[in-house]
Design a protein around this ligand. Structure first.
Ligand SMILES: [Mn+2]
Length: 351
């Protein structure tokens, strides 16, 4: 297991020097943020990112994410050129020895929340999702009401994109995903890169858009689309957790034993309704994810991939990118490292 931490590049207020001071953290999860979606990621730019990380005495372990162009998700005739670029980006990262690629296949929006600063009982703040609040938003009036998304789309750009998805159902999205994976997974395998799809967050349809990576059956279907260790899952406990129908612990153990979990996002959530939840501290007692059993099953499966503390709360007066402050994620990393050490050592004793 490689403990990692997400870093948003040179503009991240949390420096690599600070991250290096969190015990147990050895790897960095990052991306290029200035390459237009759909373009090839230039080798020199990835190499420069890797050098910045290596110079800070850390390893660039995961690329999260190379975004998948909407034309690929829509299965438009233009998708082949974008898939070619995607393959070139994978070859480039592979040639630099970066072993894991996280990506997602969510139309238009990836994550979605209705409140980025919900106050918990202890005075800290966390991200919250309320389905009624999201459903009440009229996207025809633009994205101003969408927390975290206002800068991503113009009103017209969003409208035409939503129009393009009219009539695109879950099965269409599955076949477009299959088409994409059949092209890129062999390239990833050749390049020594393990891909892990991030589950949909939240794991249900929003704004009438199809979402397909939502439960255990979907993960099963995904792994069957291309039978390769490079066709895997970024197991995000906080994205699948809001779906009360999923046995998270059984599911992560199963896919990890199959060798299909290159990357884990560890985050806890508290379900507050059928389609509502808020994020919490990482530890088991704070939410509905049994983090001990998640880590224990990974240890039992001999998990050798990367893990990172996913979103943290804002604590101790910290201000910053919602979910991505330093303090609570650092606490999360230490907690996860402790669970991992205890799990591995107790297994060694029982062998
Ligand atoms: Mn995640």
């Amino acid at each position: 297991m490689i403990m990692t931490f997400r870093w948003y590049g040179k503009d991240d207020p949390i420096s690599l020097r600070y991250i290096r001071q969190i015990p147990a953290v050895k790897g960095i999860v990052s991306a290029l943020y200035d390459v237009p979606v759909g373009d090839e990621w230039p080798l020199e730019k990835i190499a420069a990112l890797k050098k910045a990380v290596t110079d800070a005495d850390l390893e660039l372990t995961v690329i999260e994410s190379i975004p998948v162009h909407e034309d690929i998700k829509l299965g438009l005739p233009t998708c082949d050129a974008f898939i070619d670029n995607y393959c070139r980006s994978i070859r480039n990262m592979g040639s630099l020895g970066i072993p894991i690629l996280c990506y997602n296949f969510m139309p238009v929006f990836d994550w979605m929340r209705s409140d980025l600063s919900f106050t918990l009982a202890d005075g800290s703040t966390a991200l919250l999702y309320d389905h009624d609040a999201i459903s009440a938003i009229d996207l025809n009036e633009g994205v101003l009401d969408l927390p975290g998304w206002a800068a991503s789309y113009t009103t017209d750009g969003l409208r035409s994109l939503l129009e393009a998805y009219t009539g695109v159902g879950p099965e269409d999205l599955w076949s477009n995903l299959e088409y994409f994976l059949k092209r890129v997974v062999p390239v990833a395998e050749e390049s020594g890169v393990r891909m892990g799809i991030h589950p949909d967050d939240p794991p249900w349809s929003i704004f009438g858009l199809p979402r397909i990576i939502t439960d255990e059956a979907a993960l099963e279907r995904l792994t069957g689309l291309v039978d390769s260790p490079s066709n895997g899952i970024t197991f995000c406990t906080g994205s699948l957790g809001p779906n009360a129908g999923i046995d998270l612990v059984r599911s992560i153990g199963r896919f990890a034993r199959m060798g299909r979990v290159p990357f884990v996002h560890a985050r806890n959530i508290r379900r507050t309704g059928e389609r509502s939840f808020h994020e919490t501290a990482h530890c088991t007692e704070s939410g509905d994810v049994d983090m001990y059993r998640v880590i224990r099953l990974l240890a039992e499966a001999g998990f050798g991939g990367a893990i990172r503390p996913d979103h943290g709360r804002m604590i101790w007066g910290e201000k910053g990118r919602p979910g991505y402050g330093l303090y609570d994620r650092a606490l999360g990393a230490m907690y996860l490292a402790g669970l991992w050490e205890a799990s591995v050592k107790s297994l060694d004793r029982s062998r």
